[in-house]
Design a protein around this ligand. Structure first.
Ligand code: NAP
Length: 458
């Protein structure tokens, strides 16, 4: 195959490298290889799979800086933050290297004296996975590590903006002793045609998708044609509730971290910041000062905290959300406009109110909209007033309020005085239009296992 497509650095606008542009013919070959790979990988012991996963984790960690620089160049994540992502990505490989050994079966009492009921877990089969550009390494290992640990083979289609990190991960898999037909990466500029091949193939038994809700809904319908198991990690619209008794210093620090990492381009980024009337002004003053101090610059510079947005479409959406809010009466306390190239200046908006686009759609940019509230119940009602249900955050020193509000929030993940709750051993995922299934922990591997009930009469 000779076709390629260019990967563009969003900071410079210049090509970084080119990636193979796979089409339906290559997709059919990859699917056939994945079926063959599953045939032998499923017969390896959990201990053999664990050893390869551990070697892969070490290889990834040894190249932390190299992978981080690749990410910074292909999608604009500041390199210091990208190194954190590599460690986060590796934490899934390490976790599932161990979890492979803990896929237990069960025996269940029977009502008949001569019968025995056994329950076993078996790998679902070859997996097709699709990932977005905003976490070019971690979104891959969060799927590949549990799939491989369970004994599945996997073909992964990375985002067009970030195929280089994905290809590097696959090279390191092979260098670590991983069979090439068990983990394949298939970059393409034609995701629809390539994916169609996998959706139509009954031998591919699972779809795991991370990306927007709009695309996820379409792909789930396509996967239903061959009744595949489906896991969907979709969009979010995270509320962040700061109550009157909150520790303001820590709330400011954590909203900053939650909202502005990856220039606001994460699915769990605080997207609506509800602040109680009693602490609103103090919060805004400190928060605005912290946001104004964020260092915008070249993603390859170690000091940079905010890089460019991934592409012009992303920048246009952020600009449209801010302009809409300003036209409807919000105030930009900091920022409010685009900077050079694909940069949007870190922005704090106050006076944000229901009806503004920014409170309804994912902004995916460095913009923090602040909404004032007076009653807890009203804040919770507004926080839940969205089709999304991925992550929510609340800040309080009152234990009763912490439990009451955490339990009332319709979200898959709730951070209580914690702006960065994600961990390899915990279940990450959403409810409502934010998806189905979980990634991480013992729940993450279950997504790649089918239960088999064996009834044995003696
Ligand atoms: P996207 O447009 O949905 O794209 C995600 C992936 O789907 C990309 O690989 C894309 O390929 C592919 N794709 C698009 N159309 C397709 C089609 N017709 N058939 C097959 N594949 C198709 O999302 P994005 O803008 O890249 O990513 C941002 C979104 O991901 C946000 O909504 C964010 O919240 C969500 N996200 C969710 C989580 C989570 O864990 N819940 C984590 C990270 C991100 P191309 O690149 O070639 O278009």
């Amino acid at each position: 195959m000779s076709a390629t497509f260019e990967v563009i650095n969003p900071a410079s606008g210049r090509p970084v490298a080119s990636a193979p542009d796979n089409g339906p013919a290559e997709a059919r070959q990859a699917a056939a290889r994945a079926v063959a790979g599953f045939g032998h990988w499923r017969r390896t012991t959990a201990y053999e799979r664990s050893a390869v996963l551990r070697a892969w984790a070490s290889a990834l960690l040894a190249r932390e800086v190299e992978i981080a620089r690749l990410m910074a160049q292909e999608m604009g994540k500041p390199v210091t933050e990208a190194r954190g992502e590599v460690r986060y990505a590796v934490s899934f490989v390490e976790w599932y290297a161990e979890e492979a050994k803990r896929v237990y079966g069960e025996t269940v009492p029977s009502q008949a004296a001569h019968k025995r009921i056994l329950v076993q877990s078996q790998p679902v089969g070859p997996v097709y996975a699709i990932t977005p550009w905003n976490f070019p390494a971690a979104m891959i290992t969060r799927k590949a590590a549990p799939a491989l640990a369970a004994g599945c083979s996997i073909v992964l289609k990375p985002a067009e903006q970030s195929p280089l990190t994905a290809m590097h991960l696959a090279e390191l898999w092979v260098a670590s002793g991983g069979p090439p037909d068990v983990f394949q990466v298939l970059p393409t500029s034609n995701p629809g045609a390539v994916s169609e091949v996998f959706f139509d193939d009954p031998a591919i038994r699972k779809l795991s998708f991370t990306g927007s809700t709009e695309v996820g809904v379409r792909l789930a319908a396509q996967a239903a044609k061959t009744m595949k198991r489906v896991s969907l990690e979709l969009g979010g619209h995270a509320p962040f509730l700061v109550f009157a008794d909150a520790d303001i210093e820590s709330a400011v620090r954590e909203v900053l971290a939650s909202k502005f990492r990856n220039a606001g381009q994460t699915c769990v980024c605080a997207n609506r910041i509800y602040v109680h009337d009693a602490v609103h002004d103090a919060f805004v003053e400190r928060f605005a000062a912290a946001v104004a101090a964020l260092r915008v610059g070249d993603p390859l510079d170690e000091a940079t905290q905010i890089g460019p947005l991934v592409d012009a479409q992303g920048l246009d959406k952020v600009r449209a959300h801010v302009d809409d809010a300003l036209e409807r009466g919000a105030t930009a306390v900091v920022g409010g406009s685009a900077g050079e190239g694909l940069v949007f200046c870190p922005t704090v908006l106050t006076g944000v109110a229901p009806g503004m686009r920014i409170l309804e759609e994912e902004t995916f940019g460095p913009v923090a909209p602040i909404i004032r509230f007076e009653a807890d119940e009203e804040a919770v009602r507004q926080a839940n007033d969205t089709p999304y249900g991925l992550a929510a955050y609340l800040w309080t020193r009152d234990l009763s309020r912490a439990f009451r509000v955490a339990e009332a929030l319709d979200y898959g993940i709730v951070g209580v005085n914690d702006g960065l709750p994600s961990a390899a051993q915990a279940p990450f995922g959403g409810v409502k239009m934010s998806g189905v299934g979980r990634e991480g922990g013992k729940w993450g591997i279950e997504e790649y296992l089918n239960l088999k009930f064996i009834s044995m009469a003696l």
